[in-house]
Ligand binder design. Sequence first.
Ligand code: SF4
Length: 342
Amino acid sequence: MDGSTRRFFDGILGAGAAFGLLGAGTLATGPRRVMLRRQWRPAYLDLESAGELARRAESLFSIYRSCRLCPRQCGADRLAGEKGVCQSVSRARVAAAHPHFGEEAPLVGRHGSGTIFFSRCNLLCAYCQNWEISHRGDGSFLSDEALGRLMLQLADLGCHNINLVTPTHCVPNIVRALRSAIPRGLRLPLVYNCGGYESLEAVRLLDGIVDIYLPDFKYTDGPTAAKYSSGAGDYPEVAAAAISEMHRQVGDLVVDEDGIALRGLMIRHLVLPRNLAGTGAFVHFVAHKLGPGTYVNLMSQYRPAWQAQRYPALSRRITREEYEQAVTWARQAGLTNVHLQG
Ligand code: SF4
């Protein structure tokens, strides 16, 4: 972190202290939900032993025949090699996999979050910081069994979870990979780390499979979403419905006795210049539809990347005043579990 960024965050932390800062960078005034690790087991084990995980895998794979895995509803026959907006076929492509220490503290712990970055994306934002992976599609195709082995390798490295980054367009492969890893001992929570542009049908099929949902909530205004995320004008209502379903499934964040996430919903919101993300409406939604104790990461690290310079409104970082305004809105909405730096 360079000096100017440090000063920026010092200012933010100062703002946070005025309304109950507990620990670095966290506006946390609500109770922490703790479960003893020995009392926890991943939800997918019960589905597997009941035969339900196999049925879910088949249901999800059948969607590839006329793809409606996400709200784009392309209808591409991905089993026959057709491609929709995400440019993906029926095999997962992976760009990188490693323990990650830059994620939220409850995911990182001491040994890192076991992160798997999937190539391609269904949202395709103009300012994507990982455009080589999401837009250009850098990465290698893996069989579902190889993907399962990758999960086990991350577990062997001591990672606290399997963090699936941009998983939406390859969920069927992920569930098959999970099934291949369970008999070989996988017992870590799955983190579904997505852009928030999810179909309700697919999210419902993940009920009991995913323990930790980590969606973005990027916009609360449809035309803004359409302009900067490849025509996804229905993003606000789609994301609100999907995230509400995620919350119904897993509830608020639960951590173990060491503060490591076991289960629950964690929402990321990237503050954009000129309030393009609609932060005031976002925190209002969280407080009133999900509850004030919902974990929110209010992210300040926007920088113009990929094609952002084509859009004057996106061509600069956010100001300190813009971030402080976002924090004020979160406080005024009554949110009690907000991470202020990321
Ligand atoms: S996952 Fe890809 S092919 Fe399927 S509906 Fe979404 S963008 Fe289209």
